[in-house]
Write a new protein. Sequence first.
Lengths: 304, 1025
Amino acid sequence: MKKLPYLFTVFSLFVFLFGACTQEKTGGDIDNEEKKNNEKTPSGPAISIEVINDMVKSIPSPLEISFLIKDIEIKYDKTVLNAAENAKKYNNDYQRALNLGVYSTDLGYANIYEQTQDALFYLGAVKEMADALKIGQFFDFNTIKKLASTRGNLDTLLLVTTKNLENINDHLQEKKRPDLTILILTGGWLESLYLTCEVTKKQPNELLKTRIGEQKIILEQLLLLLSFYEQKNENIRNLISDFNKLNKIYENVKITYKSDPVVTKEVNGQLVTEGGTTSEIQLTEEDLKAVLETVREIRKKVIG
Amino acid sequence: MSEQILEALAKLFALITRQDGGATEVERKFVIDYFKKELDENSVDRYTLLYDTEAEYGKVQENKEISMKDSVRILGFCKKINKNLEQRQKVIILVKLLELVASDKSDKKFTPQRRMIIDTICQAFNIKDDYTSIENFVFCEDSAILNSNDILICAPHNRLLPPDARYLKVDDVRGEIIFKRIPSVDLYFVKYLGKDDIKLNGFALGHGQTNLFPPGSTLRPAQAVGKGFSVYYSDVAGVFLESSQTVKISFTAKDIEYRFPNGALGVQRMNLSETHGKLIGIMGGSGAGKTTLMNVLSGIEHPSHGEVLLNGYNMHTQKADIEGTIGFIAQDDLLLEDLTVYQNLYYNAKLCFKQLSEKEIDERVMTTLVNLGLDHIKEIKVGNVLNKKISGGQRKRLNIALELIREPAIMFVDEPTSGLSSKDSQNVVDLLKELSLKGKLIFVVIHQPSPDIYKTFDKMIILDKGGYLIYCGHPIEAITYFKKKTMQADAERWSENPEEMFKLIEKEVVNEFGQETGKRQVLPTQWHEKYIYEFPFEEVEKINEKPPSSLSRPNIAKQAYLFTVRDFLSKISNMQYLLINLLEAPLLAFLLAYIIRFQNHPETPDKYVFRYNDNVPAYILICIIISLFMGLTVSAEEIIKDRKIQKREQFLNLSRFSYLFSKIFILFTLSGIQTLSFVLVGNAILEIQMGLLLSYWGMLFTVSCFANMLGLNISSMFNSVITIYITIPLLLIPQMILSGIIFRYEKMNKTISERGTVPLLADFMVSRWAFEGMTVNHFMNNSYQRDFYDVDRDKSKYYYRLEFWLKEMEKRLNSAHDQHKAEKKTDSIRKAMKNNLELVKHEIKTENAHLDLLKGFDWEKALTPSNFNDEAKDKIKVYLDTLALRFNAKYIEASQKADERESKIKKRRDKKYSVNKYKDLYSNDGLTAFMMNAEVQDKIIEQHGKLLQLSDPVFNEPRGVDNVLDYRSHFLAPKKHFLGMYFSTYFFNMVVIWLFTFIFYLTLYYDVFKNLLDRLGKIKIGKKE
């Protein structure tokens, strides 16, 4: 007699228990809803992979800017960098790719200033991002670590980093994810532009100002590259709209070419971007300020 | 007797005798004799003087009315006596007074005045109804006038006796011995009208004198003429109480013999035969087999030879027929210590009598309590030996009461007096005596009884070392018998001291130096032979009616209910037990959770964020271990604690299901409360998502219930508490070792564990099922992961396929191709090629969703060593490449979904949603790393011709089951297969544990482990009693 209500209670408890476990909507449900509402399937870029590839290769290495900053004898300032601890915050491939770029720049920056400890932190952050993107195998972390912790190996470091990036690019191309390469590059570029802006703000410098102005070309290229994936990825769409704001400011910047367009080539095992110095940049102080603000804003969004 | 009473008595005597002509010489002599009996020499003089003064002895009194003064004084004395004496003693005094009056037979001085005084005293003493019959008895000189059924007349024949009087045939007595029973106080008086010298307990019985006939008394002639005669108290009482006997019993043990499991004889072949209304003692030195004999007689132990028959029913084989007729009172107290005296009796009664109403039960309990003098302590908890609440005597009496309330026809009592004071002992034995007089047959194992107790028995069974029966008969006769047999000079002297007898039985041979040699003068076997020779076995008249059962058990459900209530009351009345059990869990939870609440936030080190607490997997394990521990400890003592009570209740044949149900119900409830309070506190401190609370509790409760059942099993298996507690670590440590977290399965001895699978041994560990269930559930169903599980799983799945599986397949294919191309095919190459091809074949089969790519190609045939060729290789290669494309597309799709998920959730469900916030609050990095098996180096391995994935076990849904019953999967799998269906790991594992629990219920019900252990025990050489 006493047994039945007991069994019943236990039973209903279990039912409730499992009910509770399955009530809430899971991520899959959200996608299913999406499919019902929107039967659109993602489509690939309209442009051939080879073209993209070439364009990607023409984007300068973010490390260059660091050299420049160091050359004009500006003190190392850690606070302008993206904190390595933020690495945990990046939850999707879009964020990870962008910030892989950001951290690569920060790693170079710290390394150029021979901030070994910080460099190791950034190395860790880079590794975390790369692992999450399943491209960790293309980073020779042991070598980078060795290089980063000993001074005076900057050239080698630059070479290794570039090589790694190329490998990654190849791999991602193969895996039909050039968008990730572009995002990595974008992140790196954005971070170096930001660093330049920060330095210029503190210590106005003509050379740096010219550099900032020159980025107009790169921005245009990036925008073009990103536009291939605009349809596919909402995040990229948002990024493009942010970059368009920046582009609007850059419209005021006038570049008069004196010689060849920008090319990157290898001189004595070192990558150098040539041609920048031969162009004339017209950038007003207000525009510079606006660029500065916008870059900071975009970067803030990117690093979260 | 106190001085006050004696004084009052002396004065009463005086007041009576001084009436009507004053005290006579005879009367004075009577009074002095009385004082001599009661007092020492000096005091006799003092009280005689007092009497003389008061009675104004020597003065001739006038015949006049009783003075007012005298009346008042009489009342005063009576009042004094009333305050100090029990009713029976007052009756004795009244009889004395009457005797005093009757003593002077010469002139029959029972005058109106004296009568009035005695009347007054009777009224003051509150003896009304019995007075006339007492008076008649004291004054009578001829039995003819004593026509009442309170009279018993012993004579050789029953001619000329009053019709209502009872009769006991006694040969060889001249005249009549008359017994008078006073029912209200249960006293017997004796009077002899005849010419012989008769001794009452060794003292001469005066002619016509009225004497008290106390329990254990014997009447016998001063000089035995011929065979002589003996009248025992039990005979007398038996005749009086005969009318109340409705139960007739014949109890016969024929040729019984008992062999211990080790082969030694515990009871040597013997015969016994008894009838109802007997109190039979069993005595013997230690190791004589007293308890063993009783166990055999009571049906607990099976005799190795012979049979014990109760009214013709075999006590061992026809238990059902004699159910409820046997009561067993073990030496230990079989009481529920945490219940009150009343409750103990009440639940016992409830379990015995289903037909009685609540009121009737209460009445019955109260009557029993009053009868045993326990009514004033009925609300007191029984307590245990260390924490005594009621006295030892009261405990014993309560023990007897538990059986008594049922009124079984035969009772077996094991050493009821051990550890009791002499007064308590006497009380207990008196009680048993009374029961026997009411017609019960009672066997009592008794050790070193006092003479008073010894002589209370109707019969004494005396055993000697090795289980030999050396005497069975009247206890007092026993002493004489042994005296005679050892040629003692004073063999005829009255002796009541059983010690003397044992000295004689065990007397040792003395050497020339007067030292005992340790060799018995008469060996047990010799005593046995002497006995057999002297007392041939006589079987009592066989009674064929079915012994009456006093039992009517309630049905199973009602029993379960009663057991549960009884157990529950018992538990809640024990504050310590209750507090410890209820506080243990939250206290441990607090201790555990507080200590491991690790503030490990990367940016703000003092901030506690659940996500960064690395201790979560360990916390889950400890939760499980604690649940096991609590469950085991709370239950481990349950059954052993009750074993004594069960021993008693086995005679009630109560339902084991009901008993176990009550245990299980209470324990499960307790476990439910314990585990709930544990997770409430623990999870709250660690800030584990509240939504997971129920799932935590569900599994821990399951585990705790399992532990309860396990604990009950060991509790019923072993016979000492210490063994049980030693067993607990033996059961718990393997649970920890094989739980899957302290030691990883892939790092275990290869003989028990294979990489990538759960060792079969671990499948027997509930810790592993619980741990897997809880971790998988926490990982998959926390509010963060719920939203991402599908995409994370797909990403993991296709990444693994692309990066590891496909590469391995290609490698295998290529090496098979190389081996195919090899110029010289050695056996080892052939073997390797076969292996490779079979592996590829098996894996393609497993990946059955993509078999469409191989349509029109008999790949199974092609992937055999004889048919494998370039074409086959190419085709498979194309298959693999296409598969790579498919997987890659899937992978990209999954990652893109993942990338967009946050913004989608924000749009569709919660504007404030933030992945990082959810991650911090609900997911845990430590757990995630564990679930991903992040440490593992080789993500893919080959085993038994299959490729096994070692990475991301929690995303790896089991595929390629061997058969429908294949439940096995890798550790931390998100789903489990069984019978062609897939179940969530949490649910599946929980069911597995309940299954274990159920199996252990069955083993408990059928006492499998205990029987097993007993069987093992029989192989060894066991100890003797």
